[in-house]
Design a protein around this ligand. Structure first.
Ligand code: GDP
Ligand code: MG
Length: 175
């Protein structure tokens, strides 16, 4: 439920990345402050919303999460249509999700608007003993591809709000 109804800007944000990296839990953590330890690949709605205030303006984020189709088929063009921001998510405990980032960037370049603002998100930073992708590797990939970068934990809420709000701030600054 939104704290306020009126808004000055509506921004469509998409989450992309391999299955089970934490896209759904990042979304529910930001929009509802909830976390689920079981992976549910289907959700009832196409997107969740959250409003934040920047410079006295109400920004309404319409956050699109996949229904799990990234696991077995490609994401449709409708998912990317009109998106002004993307969280490109990998799992710091599974190297394959980091290696697949170029594939996701390629899909973004093909399907999304060329002006889309992207933040690279290394999720599951709470799992310190299982980490296989270092923060430096994430930073290096982000730098090489001109992306913002942050590490998050949907499980303990570290940096989740910051990831979404810094992306929304960057989008707002471009309007
Ligand atoms: P999605 O397929 O990308 O939407 O990933 P989910 O959000 O469904 O998460 C997949 C699994 O990873 C679930 O079992 C989650 O509980 C777990 N998970 C997601 N984010 C985190 C996190 O930050 N830390 C930990 N420890 N587990 C997480
Ligand atoms: Mg999901």
């Amino acid at each position: 439920v939104d704290a306020f109804q009126k808004f000055d800007f509506l921004f469509k944000i998409v989450l992309i990345g391999d299955g089970a990296v934490g896209k759904t839990n990042l979304t529910t953590r930001f929009c509802q402050n909830e976390f689920n330890s079981e992976s549910k690949s289907t959700i009832g709605v196409e997107f969740a919303t959250k409003q934040i205030e920047v410079d006295g303006k109400n920004l309404k984020a319409q956050i699109w999460d996949t229904a799990g189709e990234e696991r077995y088929r490609s994401i449709t063009a409708a998912y990317y249509r009109g998106a002004v921001g993307a969280l490109l998510v990998y799992d710091v405990t599974r190297f394959s999700t980091f290696e697949n980032l170029p594939k996701w960037l390629g899909e973004l370049r093909e399907q999304a608007d060329s002006n889309i603002q992207i933040i690279l998100v290394g999720n599951k930073s709470d799992l310190v003993d299982n980490r296989v992708v270092s923060k430096e590797e994430g930073e290096k990939f982000a730098r090489a591809n001109h992306l913002s970068f942050i590490e998050t934990s949907a499980a303990n809420a570290t940096n989740v709000e910051k990831a979404f709000t810094s992306l929304l701030n960057e989008i707002y600054k471009k309007t």
